[in-house]
Design a protein around this ligand. Structure first.
Ligand SMILES: [Zn+2]
Length: 55
């Protein structure tokens, strides 16, 4: 599950249909939709070492 910050709801939400995208500057992000308002939410992924966290 991917959690991002929805600017419309002004809170953290669980993304709907999350998919990984690579931005033009080479950074990776997860793009998904807010389940409440449908706004597209981006979550930036730190390049490496993002697997540390346990679920
Ligand atoms: Zn929202």
């Amino acid at each position: 599950m991917v959690v991002g910050f929805c600017v419309k709801c002004r809170k953290k939400v669980e993304l709907k249909d999350p998919q990984e995208v690579t931005l033009k500057n080479g950074r990776k992000a997860i793009k998904g939709k807010c389940p409440y308002c449908g706004t597209t939410v981006y979550v930036f992924v730190s390049s490496k070492g993002s697997r540390k966290r346990k679920k």
